[in-house]
Every structure is written in structure tokens, then in C-alpha cells.
Ligand binder design. Structure first.
Ligand code: ADP
Length: 192
């Protein structure tokens, strides 16, 4: 049983940040910090496949065979069933490995957020939960990732009215603290 969580909200409550486990989120879609193979891995990826069951891997295999025989490019996103998870769908996106794309690292990380939100909106979904993509094994500094992700989400939501709730889920209290300190969500609604 989970204790009640303190949540922090941005953009008039359309975005919330909390400490938690991505696999426990009952939202329309949870985002997986996947790798290009879509065949599972450690961290978030391992937890999603472990808790969601084999139907997620089967759907990923189908996507590899039909749409992405060479693997999912960094920054792209695809949607599958969420299997046994409380979410309805999993959106798999591939974060950048820090340092591999030079000055384009931030653009790739922003693309993960943008393309995941776009895919959710295109599928008429209203709520989506993200882990802190690339900040684990892929080595993206949490401070920089906080700035990049918050700006990408704010920019997407500014021209979208489909997505009602973006939940940012941090595994540890310290990850959440770093995010709250370094996020760059606008503090006031412009034009309100
Ligand atoms: P990447 O390969 O993109 O770096 P990881 O899965 O290694 O992805 O880590 C991304 C972030 O997700 C890290 O901050 C890690 O601590 C966190 N994380 C790991 N497991 C979970 C989980 N079950 N729920 C939420 N966040 C998680």
C-alpha cells in the first residue's frame, strides 16, 4: 500500500510532479524509457515489462517486424498495450545517451517528450505519466534533464488541448527535489 503522496503542480495543475513508481500509475499511458531494440532492458524498461507481462514484448516485436526493423530511432515514440499494468497503454520512447549526440542531446531528449505527448494526443488520450527519461543508465544529468523536459512539455501543451494531465514520476525523493529546483515551467499562464 502506498502512502499519500505530496504532489507539486505546474501550468494550472495540468502538470504534476511526484515521487513514485511509473508502473503503478493509473493513467491512459505510461512512458517507457526504452532502448532502440524495444526488447526490454533494465530500470524503467525492466520494471514495465516485468509488471506488465509478456503482451507488451509481443507488441514490441510486432512493431520491430512491421515498422522499425532497424530499431526505434532516438527521440521517436511508439504505442503498445500496457498488458497487466494499471495504465491503458505504454508509449515507448528512446532517450539520448548523454554525450553521444554532442549539442543535439537536448533536442533528442525534448523530442522524446514532444513525440510521446503527440502520440498520446493523436490517440485521443488525456493523461500520461513520464519517468525521468535518460537520467538513469543513459547518464543525462538530472538538473539539465529537468530544464529540457519541462520546457518541452510546456511548449507542447501551449498548443494542445487534448492532454489534460501530465504526471512526472520520480523514483526517489532526491530526484523529485532536483527536478523541482531546476524545472523551467512558466510560473504564470501567459495571456490569462
Ligand atoms: P534511461 O536508460 O533512459 O536512463 P532508466 O530506466 O535507466 O532510463 O532511468 C530513468 C530514470 O527512471 C532514472 O532516474 C531512474 O532512477 C528512474 N526509474 C527507475 N525505475 C523506475 C520506476 N519503476 N518508476 C519510476 N522511475 C524509475
Amino acid at each position: 500500500m502506498q502512502s499519500p503522496q505530496t504532489t507539486h503542480s505546474f501550468l494550472s495543475g495540468r502538470v504534476i510532479a511526484l515521487q513514485g513508481d511509473i508502473t503503478a500509475q493509473a493513467v491512459d499511458a505510461v512512458v517507457n524509457a526504452a532502448n532502440w531494440t524495444l526488447m526490454g532492458g533494465g530500470g524503467v524498461d525492466g520494471a514495465i515489462h516485468r509488471n506488465g507481462g509478456p503482451s507488451i514484448l509481443e507488441a514490441c516485436q510486432e512493431i520491430r517486424q512491421t515498422r522499425f526493423p532497424d530499431g526505434l530511432p532516438t527521440g521517436d515514440a511508439v504505442l503498445t498495450t500496457a498488458g497487466n499494468l494499471p495504465a491503458r497503454f505504454v508509449i515507448h520512447t528512446v532517450g539520448p545517451i548523454k554525450g553521444r549526440h554532442g549539442e543535439q542531446d537536448a533536442a533528442y531528449l525534448a523530442a522524446c517528450y514532444h513525440n510521446s505527448l503527440k502520440l498520446a494526443a493523436e490517440n485521443s488520450l488525456e493523461s500520461i505519466a513520464f519517468p525521468a527519461i535518460s537520467t538513469g543508465v543513459y547518464g543525462y544529468p538530472r538538473e539539465e534533464a529537468a530544464a529540457v523536459s519541462s520546457k518541452a512539455i510546456a511548449s507542447f501543451l501551449a498548443s494542445d488541448d487534448q492532454i489534460k494531465e501530465v504526471r512526472l514520476v520520480f523514483f526517489s525523493a532526491s530526484d523529485l527535489r532536483v527536478f523541482l529546483h531546476h524545472q523551467q515551467f512558466p510560473s504564470k499562464q501567459e495571456g490569462a
